[in-house]
Design a protein around this ligand. Structure first.
Ligand SMILES: Nc1ncnc2c1ncn2[C@@H]1O[C@H](COP(=O)(O)OP(=O)(O)OP(=O)(O)O)[C@@H](O)[C@H]1O
Length: 305
């Protein structure tokens, strides 16, 4: 479990995280989503105890990270601090284990868990991005932590690597662990996370299951292309339907399905060139959410003048 309460972090004039509160629960994969510079890394570093908050608190498994006697067994992190390129993965993990009082047997466990055994004696500097990410995951799992927090673990991976990471993280959540990962891409999160915490400019925008986020912002709409838009639009209107003219000969219709539109078109002798049902994609949901964040920012700026 990760709890963030009224977390604010300023770097000089920049407010990286602004009064942010959310809870990451065990047993699910929670995505931490926001555009570049939204404050995700800063918030994660504060949770890991690597950044001192300007105000507010963070707790891991019920306590501030610094109050845990063995932090590595509480939270495993991947926060973009790569291993020394001249070391082998096995030696890197052994050194890490030794400084945290963990045995060598656990190193072999995590190498096996992350599929790294065959390359464990190679120098880290020769690794592909995918291998380096696996090593990062192996290090995060070393203390067998109940909570795992990963900053952009999918960034730069090839499709096989992405599938592997997704499957792996889902497995950890299925074991009842808390899994929290960041990304600036909704498409990555759509297939990996069950729940999303979305931030923009350091502030919370949404904290909800992915399905609920889609329900909230997305509506099924039908795109209609017809040379008779002038006649069809009024025929559709007045039935609890919204009709928007998006281009010449093209309408966007909500509140009625494609079959009903086709029937009305036939009744009015309207020729249809296209009738396409579009469900809001996660990407659209995300853009609509983060647009709101920009609007939010514009208000205080205007008010300040
Ligand atoms: N050590 C620092 N000193 C000064 N400014 C910082 C520092 N760390 C982060 N920032 C600023 O805080 C803001 C949030 O950055 P942060 O890296 O947390 O965002 P992010 O959402 O993780 O973005 P990205 O996806 O690009 O990593 C940015 O404006 C960044 O420039």
């Amino acid at each position: 479990m990760i709890e963030v309460e009224h977390l604010t972090k300023r770097f000089g004039a920049t407010t990286a995280v602004d009064d942010l509160s959310f809870t990451v629960r065990p047993g699910t994969v929670t995505g931490f989503l926001g555009p570049n510079g939204a404050g995700k890394s800063t918030a994660m570093r504060a949770i890991a105890g690597l950044v001192r908050p300007t105000s507010g608190t963070t707790r891991v498994n019920g306590r501030p990270i610094e109050e845990h006697a063995a932090p590595l067994t509480e939270i495993g992190t991947l926060l973009g601090t790569p291993a020394h390129p001249g070391r082998t993965a096995r030696n890197h993990l052994r050194a890490l284990a030794a400084t945290h009082g963990l045995g060598r047997a656990r190193v072999e466990d995590v190498l096996r868990l992350t599929g790294m055994e065959a390359v464990a004696n190679r120098r880290v500097g020769t690794y592909s991005m995918g291998m380096a990410q696996r090593l990062g995951l192996a290090a995060a799992l070393l203390g067998d932590p109940h909570t795992i927090m990963l900053d952009e673990p999918i960034n730069g991976l090839d499709p096989d690597g992405i599938v592997w990471v997704r499957h792996f993280l889902r497995g950890l959540a299925a074991e009842g662990r808390t899994v929290f990962l960041s990304s600036h891409l909704m498409s990555e999160m759509a297939q990996t996370a069950d729940h999303l915490v979305v931030i923009g400019r350091g502030r919370l925008i949404a904290d909800a299951p992915i399905a609920e986020l889609l329900d909230g912002v997305g509506e099924t709409r039908v795109v209609v292309r017809t040379p008779d838009a002038d006649r069809l639009a009024p025929a559709l209107a007045g039935r609890g339907v919204t009709v928007t003219s998006v281009a010449a000969g093209e309408l966007e219709v909500t509140g009625i399905d494609a079959a009903e539109i086709a029937a009305i078109a036939r009744d009015h002798d309207v020729l249809l060139h296209e009738l396409t049902t579009r469900t809001a994609s996660l990407e659209e949901a995300y853009l609509s959410l983060t647009d709101a964040a920009v609007d939010y920012q514009a208000v205080p700026a205007a008010a300040a003048r």
